[in-house]
Design a protein around this ligand. Structure first.
Ligand code: NDP
Length: 282
């Protein structure tokens, strides 16, 4: 039976140490600040934004929330970003995705100053990640790597199989695993022999968005299984992994909910604190 990698517990440990760091920064006259911008009324996005703002408050980060009407023009949104780029109280800017149709997401992301891009989606930060320079790493992939680290199992030389190749999860987590000296295979919707690929993995990272598609018979005995997927089925949240089957085979496994999800917000807080420190040359 697998050991659960408890994202909530790890998150609260990290948040506790961030809280102390924020206190120290505040005592020196520096308070990290995050601006969260949401456009339109997508209920899931609103929940995410609320959770992010609350998590900031909990550890003493200053936060501002901008709820903009779905009818806003791209030009107006870019003006808002410009304003936040030059606001010295704000060290991190997050634009909740997806944006309404008609707004060019990439143009909006590129407008955020790379130094305030705490989501790590700006092309400069993506490039820095690829070449191994210090930038901002996207939050979910950073959280995944932190969870694997905390198992105490080194990734060096291990075969990591990532299922999914999105710019926000699959690709960056693959690069991070490579930096940890893993041997990395990236699978996607055109992969022919997914079953065989996953079966070879010492570490499986599922980031697909298809409920329970990774079944127990695909998991090698003793593998570490990280489930990034968040899918709503009959009103309940389930991952991309069939948890009940996989926990019989895995050595470590993340639950959904309570696994990668809480880590994503924690990494956002960490990036915001880091952005404040970099601005102040700490
Ligand atoms: P995307 O839809 O952008 O990417 C999904 C990837 O899965 C694509 O690369 C796609 O391949 C691949 N894929 C789709 N179907 C198959 C298949 N049958 N076999 C193999 N690969 C397949 O999703 P995201 O990366 O944004 O998110 C993935 C999941 O993670 C979602 O459930 C999302 O909700 C969740 N998520 C969770 C977060 C958290 O905080 N826990 C944060 C972000 C996302 P192709 O490229 O060929 O289309």
């Amino acid at each position: 039976m697998a050991t659960i990698i408890d994202g909530k517990r790890i998150s609260s440990e990290i948040r506790e140490s961030l809280r102390k760091e924020v206190e120290l920064l505040k005592s020196q006259g520096m308070q990290p600040g995050l601006a969260v911008v949401i456009v339109g009324e997508d209920p899931a996005s609103q929940t995410y934004v609320r959770n992010k703002a609350k998590a900031c408050e909990d550890i003493g980060i200053y936060s501002e929330k901008y709820e903009l009407d779905a009818s806003i023009t791209q030009h107006q949104l870019l003006e808002k970003i410009d304003e936040l780029n030059s606001d010295s109280r704000i060290h991190g800017i997050l634009v909740q995705l997806p944006l309404p149709k008609g707004i060019d997401e990439q143009a909006v992301i590129e407008r955020i100053s790379a130094e305030k891009d705490v989501d790590g989606f700006h092309i400069l930060n993506a490039g820095k990640l690829l070449v191994g320079q210090k930038g901002f790493v996207p939050c979910t992939p950073a959280g995944v790597i932190e969870m694997i680290r905390r198992t105490g199992v080194s990734m060096a030389g291990k075969h990591v199989v990532v299922i999914g190749r999105s710019n926000i999860v699959g690709k960056p987590v693959s690069i991070l695993a490579l930096q940890e000296n893993a041997t990395v295979t990236i699978c996607h919707s055109k992969t022919n022999n997914l079953h065989e690929m996953v079966k070879m993995a010492d570490i499986v990272i599922a980031a697909v968005g298809r409920p329970q598609m990774i079944t127990g018979d695909m998991i090698k005995d003793g593998a570490i299984v990280i489930d990034v997927g968040i899918n709503r089925v009959d009103g309940k949240l389930v991952g991309d992994v069939n948890y009940k089957e996989a926990e019989e085979k895995a050595s470590f496994i993340t639950p959904v909910p309570g696994g990668v999800g809480p880590m994503t917000i924690t990494m956002l807080l960490q990036n915001t604190v880091e952005a404040c420190k970099r601005t102040n040359n700490i």
